[in-house]
Write a protein that binds this ligand. Structure first.
Ligand code: KIV
Length: 266
């Protein structure tokens, strides 16, 4: 397990060494600290914040102010893991100066890199942000901010033209200067092909076992989020029930007068 600070160049070295990169989402200081101490390499303040923390149906209503606040919180909790923060919908699509300023705000809040969705269509933006020395992680395949174009959260790259497009997107993101790229929701064989074709690391989610690393949303892997269970999620814990049981026990103790007792009283 890593004990020293993970720095940006470590990810390229890990790909070269064949060491798998472990990434998990975190949105606050408490969980950032727990995951950091558990030894993950990269913490992602994902715009999945919209669904799993803020209660929105998708990521489209997440704002820069939301991301700055949660990035700051996660940054205050982590000690060692690399911190990457998502650029939310409309924070980079409307123009390059806007994108650079917003990426900079995330760095000022404590991120060490930003992630944005898009392939060849986002290459100019990635290049412009990377050129001012803000490290950029790409994100291609199933891109949640494009939910309406995709007609839902659907696996991408299943047809030959889609496959060609994703190979081209991956090449464009790398060529534009991204330090890594998330491959989301695509056939394992295509993710493997992309991973072999790139010199930058790929981080998979719903993209099979051949990526250079993996990412999961913390509430999914901890078994806290129950609204839907995508096939690609493995729940490494089942915390929803114990949390609910603990709160029910607390409520019962308050109601029957057994809490607080003498031990909790001054
Ligand atoms: O927003 C997010 O959590 C993400 C990951 C699932 C890759 O983008």
């Amino acid at each position: 397990m890593a004990t020293r600070k993970t720095i940006m160049p470590d990810l390229a070295r890990m790909k070269a060494d064949g060491s798998r990169i472990v990434m998990i989402t975190a949105y606050d200081a408490l969980f950032a600290r727990i995951f950091d101490e558990a030894g993950v390499d990269v913490l992602l303040v994902g715009d999945s914040l919209g669904q799993v923390v803020l209660g929105h149906p998708d990521t489209l209503n997440v704002t820069m102010d939301d991301m700055v606040r949660h990035t700051g919180a996660a940054a205050r909790g982590r000690r060692r893991a690399l911190l990457v923060s998502d650029m939310p919908f409309l924070s980079y699509q409307a123009g390059v100066p806007d994108a650079i300023r917003n990426a900079g705000r995330l760095l000022q809040a404590g991120a060490e890199g930003v992630k944005l969705e898009g392939g060849r269509n986002a290459a100019e933006t990635i290049r412009a942000i990377a050129r001012v020395d803000i490290p950029v992680m790409g994100h291609i395949g199933l891109t949640p901010q494009s939910v309406h174009r995709m007609g839902g959260y659907r696996v991408q790259g299943k047809t030959d033209p889609q496959r060609e497009r994703l190979l081209d997107d991956a090449a464009a993101v790398q060529e534009a200067g991204a330090f890594a790229v998330v491959l989301e929701g695509m056939p394992a064989a295509l993710a493997e092909e992309i991973t072999k074709s790139l010199s930058i690391p790929t981080i998979g989610i719903g993209a099979g076992p051949h990526c250079d690393g993996q990412v999961l949303v913390m509430q999914d892997l901890l078994g806290l989020f129950d609204e839907f269970r995508p096939k690609f999620v493995k729940r490494f814990g089942e915390l929803r029930q114990p949390v609910s049981d603990a709160v029910e026990a607390y409520a019962a103790a308050v109601r029957d007068g057994t809490f607080p007792g003498r031990e909790q009283s001054f």
